[in-house]
Write a protein that binds this ligand. Structure first.
Ligand code: CA
Length: 492
């Protein structure tokens, strides 16, 4: 804390310099990993694997120890980051199939639209998983609406996830490599005649499912959903990391002379974990560890490209993850067998999909060398607040009432005050955080109300609900109030 206070004073003075930078707006890059846990990085305490690339952002910037996404799964978490809205305000913000329609209202404010308004060139590269099109997409034609309608001038993305069809890339709304004589068709209802599947053709698999993933086989890996055709357009998992990296680097090169905003969605360590051969066996923890090393290499290379282009000093780089970690996520890839004493969620209880802290307390680092001094911040912050905060930083306003709060000061390390409360979403339930306390309502017939002091009890082992009836009641009422205000918290 002493260091934090020291740096706070230094930063107060450096913040005063921001208006002077107005002539030269900072570039903004958000690198968002997929299912990377709080404890998966060496700068967050991992010892079995070393992540020097990602650690560099922490060493040269602020490493947050109490940063959250709004949800413990991808789609709702990413929805909040992009729209500044709680995920329950949109009933469609649940884990989406790969042929789902775009769930973002193209008329509403989004983070990239704010950046466009501020004069930034905008781009999305990598993982998407927010739906594309109108619900009846013909992948062989223009996919509309999509990333462009959400605010990205340029995009090179997966439609959903690594493990869902369609297993092709979409560049500016167009399926990459699709040819008229071999069109691609996708279904989440039934297989196409004559196409092998993970369920019926295990002899064709090089990676076997543990749960689900009974659909089409692409690159020897069974996926969720069915596709046929578009053979030449099918991605190769081993090459995906470098391809996304190249697209991200090209965007830097193309836009180095003007302000830019880049959303770089790393596809690791989401399943299927298929690293490039250079990383196979390098972690000693199986494919999950290997793809974390691969992602770390990508970050390192990306940062080096920024150095080379002279972009490092005046670019805000935010490195984070969309939700907590998971080991077995549907493939037999030895993630559980080889994890040993590595703790993907660090000191926290819970994982991807859960309401416990490991589900939504994620790695979050911010580097801006010309303004922000390196430090560690214990301030409670949320990814959803980047929209309002970066709008404030770039002098932008919007008319909509959104849930995103301006906590720019906290993100830049100049004050201790961040969020005072936050609702976080598990797979089907909601937990409520207020100050240092987390309240978890009963989520099945066996559980009761739970209350934890997350600072004193990061492992959420000691339920103090019974000893604190007044606090519990006040938090229950506040969550009810939030439900009434939005009227749309369901399934709880
Ligand atoms: Ca995820």
């Amino acid at each position: 804390m002493r260091n934090l206070r020291f740096y706070s004073a230094a930063l107060m003075s450096s913040l005063a310099a921001i208006p002077m930078l107005a002539q030269k707006k900072p570039n903004i890059v958000i690198i968002e990993a997929d299912d990377l846990g709080y404890g998966d990085l060496s700068c967050y305490g991992a010892t079995r694997i070393k992540t020097p690339g990602m650690d560099r952002v922490a060493n040269e910037g602020i490493r947050f120890t109490d940063a959250h996404c709004t949800a413990a799964t991808s789609t709702p978490s990413r929805y909040s980051l992009l729209t500044g809205m709680y995920p329950w305000t949109n009933v469609d913000a649940k884990i989406l199939p790969g042929n789902a329609a775009l769930i973002i209202d193209t008329k509403r404010v989004t983070l990239p639209k704010v950046m466009q308004k501020a004069g930034y060139a905008t781009s999305a590269v990598g993982k998407w998983h927010l739906g594309l099109g109108d619900g009846a997409v013909d992948w062989n034609k223009k996919v509309y609406p999509g990333a462009k309608e959400v605010g990205y001038d340029y995009s090179f993305i997966q439609a959903a996830t690594n493990d869902r069809v369609p297993c092709i890339f979409i560049e500016n709304g167009k399926g990459v490599g699709l040819e008229p004589d071999d069109p691609l068709y996708v279904s989440y209802r039934e297989n196409f005649r004559g196409e092998p599947t993970g369920k019926d053709n295990p002899e064709l698999l090089r990676m076997h499912p543990s749960v689900g993933h009974a659909g089409s086989i692409v690159n020897g890996v069974p996926r969720i959903g069915f596709q046929t055709g578009g053979k030449k357009a099918q991605w190769k998992d081993e090459d995906m990391a470098e391809l996304f990296l190249d697209k991200a680097k090209k965007f830097l090169n193309d836009n180095k002379d003007k302000p830019f905003f880049l959303y770089y969605g790393l596809h690791q360590p989401h399943v299927p974990r298929v690293p490039n051969e250079r990383f196979v066996g390098k972690s000693g923890m199986g494919p999950r560890g290997d793809v974390i090393l691969e992602a770390d290499w990508c970050v390192d290379e990306f940062l080096k490209e920024m150095d080379r282009l002279g972009l490092t000093d005046n670019t805000i780089v935010i490195l984070t993850s969309d939700n907590g970690p998971v080991l077995d996520d549907g493939y037999k890839d030895e993630a559980e067998e080889l994890v040993g004493d590595h703790k993907p969620a660090g000191p926290y209880r819970g994982w991807k999909t859960t309401m416990y802290n490991g589900g939504t307390c994620i790695p979050f680092m911010l580097r801006w060398p010309s303004v922000v001094k390196p430090s560690v911040s214990e301030t409670f912050v949320c990814q959803m607040d980047l929209l309002a905060s970066l709008a404030a930083l770039t002098g932008q306003t919007y008319n909509e009432k959104i849930d995103s709060q301006n906590t720019l000061g906290a993100f830049l390390g100049n004050q201790d005050k961040g969020r005072s409360e936050l609702v976080v979403e598990g797979m089907f339930n909601y937990a409520y955080r207020q100050g240092d306390y987390v309240m978890i309502p009963p989520y099945n017939a066996k559980t009761r109300y739970e209350l934890y002091n997350i600072k004193k009890d990061p492992g959420q082992k000691n339920n103090i609900a019974e000893q604190n009836p007044r606090l519990l009641r006040q938090m229950m009422m506040r969550l009810e109030q939030l439900k009434r205000e939005t009227g749309k918290i369901t399934n709880y």
